[in-house]
Design a binder for this molecule. Structure first.
Ligand code: IMP
Ligand code: MG
Length: 173
């Protein structure tokens, strides 16, 4: 598409297969139960919409927007809630749906923040994780793929707000 893009790291077919598996795993863990999927905007929107189709439990969705990156490539470590949930999660089974666990600072903040709202259970499902970059003490319960320490774009992930629409995962060269 552009000459600064690297090779395709994860194809559409691989994503589809893995998302189906994650959906089955979540369905098994929450069989006969209700679950609230909290999509972390904007990066997780494509992952949420594909994943929710593969979950057979009763699902509701809600959205949160946080900022930590601005337009730079490095995490500032400062997390600000730009948009909070519409509904209470008290007593509910909740899964945070995130695009990538990079340093983990964002997810750690979100996890601790949502824990104070007394959900019944709180899990983390991330499409990608970059183990080489992790700083925060936080583990995801469901992980799509582990990736190398490259700047990833596509399938919801952006560079300066662009490239979220790519149906596969690639990186900046
Ligand atoms: P954190 O470093 O784990 O706090 O990641 C914060 C956020 O930065 C993630 O939710 C992503 O939206 C974004 N991010 C981290 N790594 C990448 C990347 O490789 N490509 C695009 N966005 C990224
Ligand atoms: Mg994000």
């Amino acid at each position: 598409m552009s000459n600064f893009m690297g090779e395709i790291l994860i194809s559409e077919e691989q994503i589809e297969k893995r998302v189906r598996e994650l959906g089955e795993e979540i369905s098994k863990d929450f069989e006969g139960d209700e679950v609230v999927l909290i999509c972390v905007l904007k990066g997780a929107c494509m992952f949420l919409s594909d994943l929710m189709k593969r979950i057979s439990s009763i699902v509701t969705i809600d959205f949160m927007a946080v900022s930590s990156y601005g337009n730079s490539l490095e995490s500032s470590g400062v997390v600000k809630i730009q948009k909070d949930l519409d509904s209470s999660i008290e007593g509910k089974n909740v899964i945070i749906i995130e695009d990538i666990l990079d340093t983990g600072l964002t997810l750690k903040y979100l996890y601790e923040n949502l824990m104070t709202r007394n959900p019944k259970t709180l899990k983390i499902c991330t499409f990608l994780e970059k183990p080489a970059r992790k700083i925060a003490d936080i583990e995801a319960d469901y992980v799509g793929f582990s990736v190398e320490d490259k700047f990833i774009i596509g399938y919801g992930l952006d560079y300066e707000q662009k490239f979220r629409n790519l149906p596969y995962v690639t990186c900046l060269d």
